[in-house]
Design a protein around this ligand. Structure first.
Ligand SMILES: [Zn+2]
Ligand SMILES: [Zn+2]
Length: 191
């Protein structure tokens, strides 16, 4: 789905599940934004600290490349996960990652609604960059993903079966641009 503005979602979740504790007086304690294209190993993160110029940084960043192709509930679930981190840190003032307070709030949110599910380690499919090509044997029809297009490769099984193990042009693999399908999927873990 196309990128959705995150601030309205943040305020909605804050109202429904955090008693507006993350935006006292209507002002958000945390900045929320989509990443650029580089955040690809994690679906989302929460961080707080000082920037180079000494100013405070407190933000939630969601991965645009990972979440954009997924259903909306993946965005809600990831945003809510990071909001629990922000709530534990900024509202409770506790230093824990996925500790008892995190889990208790997560379970309460999961019990309270059925639109999305927050988990501690959430796996999402990630299209693998490496399978650009699919090579297919014209003889037996078997296919396999390849990173690069290569010339002169022949199907080993068919060369063995029909040509005594010698390379034969009738078994030369045909390369086609690879679709992103379930076979070429990998997965990633939230923070
Ligand atoms: Zn073959
Ligand atoms: Zn986390």
């Amino acid at each position: 789905m196309p990128l959705e503005p995150l601030l309205p979602l943040f305020h909605r979740l804050d109202r429904e599940h955090f008693d507006r504790a993350l935006s006292p007086g209507g002002r958000s304690l945390v900045a929320v934004r989509w990443s650029d294209g580089r955040l690809t190993r994690t679906a989302g993160l929460y961080r707080r600290g000082r920037q180079g110029d000494g100013s405070e940084l407190c933000e939630i960043v969601l991965s645009r490349p990972l979440l954009e192709p997924l259903p909306r509930q993946a965005t809600l679930s990831t945003l809510c996960h990071e909001m629990i981190h922000a709530w534990v840190d900024r509202v409770l003032g506790e230093r824990e990652v996925h500790g008892p307070r995190f889990r208790e709030r997560m379970e309460a949110i999961n019990r309270a609604q059925g639109e999305f599910e927050v988990s501690v380690r959430h796996r999402f499919p990630l299209p693998r960059q490496t399978a650009r090509w699919i090579a297919r044997c014209p003889r037996c029809g078997r296919s396999a993903p390849y990173r690069r297009r290569r010339r002169g490769l022949a199907c080993r099984l068919c060369c063995e079966r029909f040509h005594g193990g010698r390379w034969d042009a009738s078994c030369e693999l045909l390369f086609e641009p690879g679709p992103i399908d379930a076979e070429a999927m990998d997965s990633v873990v939230i923070d």
